[in-house]
Design a binder for this molecule. Structure first.
Ligand SMILES: *Cc1c(COP(=O)(O)O)cnc(C)c1O
Length: 359
């Protein structure tokens, strides 16, 4: 069986080393020493000024919306994971969809500008597949219209934009360290901001608003993460460069192996260093995707239609016309990509894709 992704697991001894210290201290959660150590190591590895480790990437989005006190309409992409939209609705705001760019599959800045109304408070954009949005254009629009910007950077561990971590952009960037992500802590997430006041507020928000044991500075939630999750992150982090390099190699191998296949790839942001978080291919039409998917599944290979369906189809949102997303989401397939996927397996996948096309 070849799944679309497999979580990386460090040698078990590396993990146990950290777990033993939990037994020694009897400190399991509530901003413990392993959480602190993970935050420090991540700050150093990513070269970001601040970050806060949270229980997952969805709570990171919700806390970001709450911290910026957003109201009314938030312009967002219909081509993302459901958490991007559901977080907006959960926080009592209204998602307004702006269509994507056909080449990058990221939200199109021109469509953002067209969707702005007097009720718009922010833009929530996803760097789809780890490939950064047109950050400069989005920043410009946000400044001009006095809007906040949140980036859902759940796919972006290791991605750089203009030489810096892409997590440095926007009023707040959020990420996920879920098991299926390129760097993971089993479950987990983080928020990044350059703004010290905002950071302080988010630190309250993630811990029930506690300001000492008896005082509460904010309406908070439980967004903390545990020592056990931090231990997984600490054990995984030393392998991250190897993971990133292998994903790049596999992706380049795919590109070579798929020559002759009538699909196209996403256009990468020229100002970015891509992290090869996913390997999406875009078919000419849905029929050819379904044919390929069926043949792969018959051979125990499970790529994933990601993202499908469009978030515009959720029953709890107001529908907007986003023709490019409607078209693309039916034609895009993410191929298996993970540390340890062999070149023989990539060759096999490529052969099946070509056979499905030529049948
Ligand atoms: C994974 C993901 C999330 C949610 O993160 P969790 O840690 O699973 O809550 C949000 N947005 C995008 C784009 C994702 O891929």
């Amino acid at each position: 069986m070849i799944p679309v992704t497999k979580p990386f697991l460090p040698p078990i001894a590396e993990y146990q080393k950290y777990i033993e210290t939990i037994w020694q201290r009897n400190w399991l959660t509530n901003n413990g020493p392993l959480v602190n150590e993970l935050e420090l190591n991540l700050k150093e590895y990513l070269d970001v000024p601040h970050l806060l480790y949270l229980s997952n990437g969805t709570i990171a989005l919700q806390i970001a919306i709450k911290a910026l006190a957003l109201k009314g309409e938030i312009i967002t992409t219909p081509f993302s994971y459901v958490a991007t939209t559901s977080s907006i609705v959960w926080e009592g705001c209204k998602p307004v969809f702006a269509d994507i760019d056909e080449k990058t599959l990221n939200i199109d800045p021109l469509k953002i500008e067209a969707a702005i109304t007097p009720n718009t408070s922010a833009i929530l954009a996803t760097h789809v597949y780890g490939n950064p949005c047109d950050i400069d254009a989005i920043d410009k629009i946000a400044k001009k219209h006095n809007l906040k910007v949140i980036y859902d950077a759940a796919h972006c561990f290791g991605t750089k934009y203009k030489g810096k971590s892409v997590f440095n952009y926007g009023d707040i960037s959020t990420t996920s360290f879920h098991a299926t992500k390129l760097f993971h802590t089993t479950e987990g997430g983080a928020v990044f901001t350059q703004n010290a006041d905002l950071l302080k507020k988010i630190a309250y928000l993630r811990n029930f608003g506690h300001h000492g044991p008896e005082e509460f500075a904010e309406v908070g939630i439980n967004g903390k993460n545990s020592e056990f999750h931090a231990a997984m992150g600490l054990a995984n982090l030393p392998f991250i460069d190897k993971i990133l390099a292998s994903r790049q190699q596999i992706s380049i191998y795919y590109m070579e192996a798929l020559k002759g296949l009538d699909v196209h790839l996403i256009e990468l942001n020229q100002d970015a260093d891509f992290n090869y978080a996913y390997f999406p291919i875009i078919f000419k039409n849905e029929d050819s995707l379904l044919k390929a998917l069926s043949l792969l599944n018959q051979n125990w290979i499970y790529p994933r239609r990601y993202f499908y369906p469009s978030l515009n189809d959720l029953h709890y949102v107001e529908k907007t016309a986003t023709p490019i997303t409607d078209k693309i989401c039916r034609r895009v397939l993410c191929l298996p990509l993970y540390y340890g996927l062999s070149t023989e397996e990539v060759d096999f996948i490529a052969r099946l894709l070509l056979r499905a096309q030529n049948n």
